[in-house]
Design a protein around this ligand. Structure first.
Ligand SMILES: NC(=O)c1ccc[n+]([C@@H]2O[C@H](COP(=O)([O-])OP(=O)(O)OC[C@H]3O[C@@H](n4cnc5c(N)ncnc54)[C@H](O)[C@@H]3O)[C@@H](O)[C@H]2O)c1
Ligand SMILES: O=C(O)C(=O)C[C@@H](O)[C@H](O)[C@H](O)COP(=O)(O)O
Length: 538
């Protein structure tokens, strides 16, 4: 058992007070390294320092911390100087590697100094206590920053408020997206992720265009309040829902509004909603003055796992899906699972289509999680979802799916080859969406598209029938469709030729040759393309 969180910070930062509050709220035990050391050595720390000196104390401290890092299931707070010891730094790094959260509690220096001086008895502050505190801060702050993976500012907060912030942040997961042609950014996943909006936007923007749809009004109200509290001028822009928002007319209306409201290049866009809203908002951000900062706040499962990350932004045209757009990377993605509380069951299930896709192409553990939790996932009910074990499963699925996406995007932002693997199931999927006038949801169409791609791969000898059957069984168990009966092959074929992977007159698919291994399939035989289509109609 490892601690749920380890709290570090300067003397007087409130590690013990806040740590106890966190433990209380989370119904967990709390341990303070200094108290445990006093118990271990049988004397008060000032007396131990006096008798044996600091090096001996640091040795005992490091041993005790190493022990607790391996065998304590609760909230563990460390003494201010503990992270300065090399062996403790190593132990914390291995704890983080194992999924641990090291929280740097960063308090207001004046408040921390005052608290640290209160009551005296701190051997490290002997002499001019404030001057010593400042000197130690200068030495320790860079180390705290480097050993912690969660940084919590607590200036002006009550211990309860700080504890709530710590809880939100330790239960969050982060996927870091980077690459040679990408300004690095984080995808923060978990309850309260949206609270970081101002941190991610930074202090350059004066105006923020908050682009969202009506069904997510309560979440955009929260975002607007957070933005206004942080001093931004917010333009609330409501767009038509779903695919109706991904049009040139809607984009044009927003460009006009940004012009009228004096948006400059240092201002910003926040896209909040499902994938259609984040695609449109990203496109507006990419094109306004040739590119302004934007942050996505996805509120559907599909937008969290896929659409909000990776920088594909765009709109549809009457001829097809996403035919106009650009690759334009967000400054950050805040996937706040609190927003899933209002997500209807069918839209949640649709998102599982893209989750399964990532499992097939890049992470078999996703498939195992989907299999193990298929019944609960299919019965998703947002009203009772938060705080349940299912939330943890969903967070893990989001983190894993975003990680698969991040790997592909990092290596090939502009989709020269590898990134096309993320398009598994999309060649037919996009054609179905278009022919169904977007009444079919994207994730559902992709589910059928994956079965089609699996049938095609099987016909051409890339995979055996068992793997095709596995596609059908898994997707069905999640409540996703695996067949489509409308539309003619000729209409589908014409649309597949307009797919962005097509080259000249040649079709290009991506298919599996085993789970986790994807290959390009260029210009496959026409009869195989048709036969696979017949098979998804049965
Ligand atoms: N850019 C990319 O890389 C990428 C990746 C995958 C999908 N996409 C695009 O994403 C879109 C599909 O995304 P989607 O499935 O989220 O569909 P969507 O954006 O149409 O949203 C589905 C519906 O759910 C509503 N909704 C969203 N969050 C809600 C919430 N928390 N509570 C209540 N209602 C909520 C929306 O308002 C909408 O009515 C498609 O346009 C697809 O092409 C883009
Ligand atoms: O990010 C990608 O790359 C993808 O292909 C992800 C897809 O799941 C997504 O639906 C994307 O919008 C499809 O892009 P398109 O280029 O085929 O329009």
């Amino acid at each position: 058992m490892r601690p749920r969180a380890v709290i570090i910070g300067m003397m007087g930062a409130g590690k013990t007070r806040v740590g106890k509050e966190v433990a209380h709220i989370m119904h967990l035990p709390f341990a303070d390294a200094d108290v445990e050391i006093e118990r271990e050595v049988g004397m008060k720390i000032p007396a131990y320092f006096e008798r044996y000196g600091e090096p001996a104390f640091r040795k005992v401290e490091a041993e005790l911390i190493a022990y607790f890092l391996e065998d304590f299931d609760g909230i563990f707070s460390l003494g201010g100087g503990a992270p300065m010891t090399a062996s403790t730094q190593d132990a914390l790094a291995s704890y983080i590697e194992d999924g641990g959260r090291v929280v740097y509690l960063d308090a207001d220096p004046a408040e921390a100094m005052e608290r640290a001086n209160r009551g005296g008895g701190r051997p490290m502050l002997n002499g001019d206590a404030n001057a010593r505190w400042k000197m130690l801060f200068a030495q320790r702050d860079p180390v705290f920053r480097s050993v912690a993976n969660v940084h919590v500012h607590t200036r002006g907060m009550t211990p309860q408020g700080a504890a709530r912030k710590v809880i939100d942040m330790v239960s969050q997961r982060t996927v870091h997206v980077t690459g040679t042609s990408i300004d690095p950014y984080d995808v923060a996943i978990g309850q309260g992720a949206m609270n970081h909006l101002a941190d991610v936007l930074g202090d350059k923007p004066v105006r923020v265009a908050l682009i969202h749809t009506q069904p997510v009004q309560r979440h955009s109200d929260r975002a607007r309040a957070l933005l206004r509290q942080s001093g931004y001028e917010v333009s609330d822009i409501v767009i038509p829902d779903a695919e109706s928002g991904k049009t040139s007319a809607v984009a044009n209306g927003i460009w006009e509004r940004l012009g009228e409201e004096g948006f400059t290049r240092s201002d910003a866009v926040v896209g909040l909603g499902g994938g259609a809203a984040t695609d449109l908002a990203g496109f507006v951000a990419a094109t306004w003055m040739r590119g302004v900062r934007y942050v996505n706040c996805p509120t559907s499962l599909l937008a969290m796992v896929d659409a909000s990350t990776g920088g594909k932004t765009g709109i549809n045209t009457p001829q097809g899906k996403n035919l106009v757009g650009s690759f334009y990377t967000p400054a950050g993605v805040l996937a706040d699972t609190k927003t899933l509380a209002s997500l209807p069951n069918d839209i949640f299930i649709e998102g599982l289509g893209e989750v399964a896709k990532s499992g097939f192409i890049g992470d078999p553990e996703i498939l195992s999680l989907l299999e193990a939790h298929a019944d609960e996932l299919r019965a998703f009910n947002g009203a009772v979802f938060l705080g349940t074990p299912l939330e943890n499963v969903v967070c893990e699925l989001i983190e894993r799916t975003v990680s698969v996406k991040a790997r592909h995007v990092s290596a090939d932002l502009k989709e020269k080859g590898l990134r096309e693997f993320l398009n598994y199931g999309h060649t037919l999927g996009h054609a179905i969406e278009k022919l169904e006038h977007f009444r079919w949801r994207h994730g559902n169409a992709v589910a059928v598209g994956m079965v089609y791609a699996a049938e095609l791969a099987c016909i051409l000898g890339y995979i055996d029938r068992d793997l095709v059957d596995y596609h059908r069984t898994l997707l069905t168990s999640l409540g996703l469709p695996t067949s489509w009966h409308d539309g003619s092959f000729e209409d589908v074929l014409a649309l597949m030729h307009r797919d962005k992977k097509a080259r000249g007159n040649e079709l290009r698919f991506v298919v599996l040759d085993s789970i986790g291994h994807v290959v390009h399939l260029d210009n496959p035989p026409a009869d195989a393309v048709r036969e696979a289509f017949e098979r998804i109609r049965r």
